[in-house]
Design a protein around this ligand. Structure first.
Ligand SMILES: CCCCC/C=C/C(=O)SCCNC(=O)CCNC(=O)[C@H](O)C(C)(C)COP(=O)(O)OP(=O)(O)OC[C@H]1O[C@@H](n2cnc3c(N)ncnc32)[C@H](O)[C@@H]1OP(=O)(O)O
Length: 289
């Protein structure tokens, strides 16, 4: 219920967004920050993250992404979605640090609810989600990938993936941790989370963070062929199996959703945490100069 209600709010917020065109028989609809190439006949859509410069998960991005996802979910012809970045090199820089720095408690609460919504919608999606990770993917970017049913990463040692929150002086919430533990196992997760490790593709593959590593120019074609394999499985049995595997973990967040928001607001509002974020943002700036 809570999930549906929050989704409706987001849908209303974005009802003015979006333009459509038809290209090569596939429908393309786009808002500013998400581009969707929707091939209704094939039942597959490619969702491209397009929030320059680094696809950070800002509140506006989250709103637009959730609206696009809901459009696909509501059209029964769509069975599969490939998630990728419109900007090769960066899949997503994760949560938008500017949404968590120097804002007021009401803003933090609104932002966190949208982050929860993104995870719940993706994690519980009935559609097949294949992630084509064509760039670096720290923290929230990694979490988005972890919600998918299959992850393919470009074989470029410059790209990394993982939950690096502790390096920022913040803590991955329990549902990030649960999703990670269920993917890589307890010991690997404990080690990687404490150190905030980011892994290049070969190591990410070894640990099971991603399922396949392929040459950069083959990420998209590989995602298409993996999708074809998954689509050969009857939807009802695949969906029931997915739900059986995932429901308990999602329910755990749903039942603690308000408390999780309050925890986030009080944690992120602390002076010490704001200071850590400030230091990290300064480091990012210095790296450039
Ligand atoms: C209880 C709290 C739990 C919260 C859980 C948190 C989850 C998260 O996701 S926290 C975010 C973690 N993300 C990161 O640590 C990534 C930081 N960014 C980078 O490492 C790099 O930007 C990059 C590798 C992703 C891309 O590098 P590059 O292409 O060289 O781009 P720049 O570093 O020059 O960045 C361009 C521009 O974008 C700003 N920026 C980068 N990341 C973020 C971000 N996550 N949120 C907001 N803004 C970001 C960066 O500061 C630059 O800004 P300008 O200097 O104004 O151009």
């Amino acid at each position: 219920m809570a999930l549906a209600a929050a989704g409706r709010v987001l849908l209303q917020a974005g009802s003015r967004l979006g333009r459509r065109e038809v290209v090569d028989g596939a429908r393309r609809f786009a808002n500013k920050r998400v581009e969707v190439e929707a091939d209704e006949a094939a039942g597959i859509a490619v969702m491209k993250l397009k929030n320059p410069p680094v696809n950070s998960l800002s509140l506006e991005f989250l709103t637009e992404f959730l609206i696009s996802l809901e459009k696909l979910e509501n059209n029964k012809n769509f069975r599969g979605v490939i998630l990728t970045s419109e900007r090769p090199g960066v899949f997503s820089a994760g949560l938008d640090l500017m949404e968590m720095y120097g804002r007021n408690p009401a803003h933090y609460a609104e932002y966190w609810r949208a982050v929860q919504e993104l995870w719940l919608r993706l994690y519980l999606s009935n559609m097949i989600l294949v992630c084509a990770i064509n760039g670096t993917s720290p923290a929230g970017g990694c979490l988005m990938a972890l919600t998918c049913d299959h992850r393919i990463m470009a074989d470029n040692p410059k790209y990394t993936i993982g939950l690096n929150e502790s390096q920022l002086g913040i803590v991955a919430p329990f549902w990030f941790k649960d999703n990670f533990v269920n993917t890589v196992g307890y010991r690997t997760a404990e080690h990687a989370l404490q150190l905030g490790l980011l892994f290049p593709p070969a190591e990410a593959l070894k640990l099971g963070i991603v399922d396949e590593v392929v040459p950069e120019d083959q990420v998209h074609s590989k995602a298409q062929s993996v999708m074809a394999q998954w689509m050969a499985i009857p939807d009802h049995s695949r969906q029931l199996t997915k739900n059986m595997m995932r429901k308990a973990m999602a329910d755990n967040l749903i039942k603690q959703r308000e408390a999780d928001i309050q925890n986030f607001v009080s944690f992120i509002s602390r002076d010490s945490i704001q200071k850590s974020l400030h230091t990290y943002l300064e480091k990012l700036k210095q790296k450039k100069g």
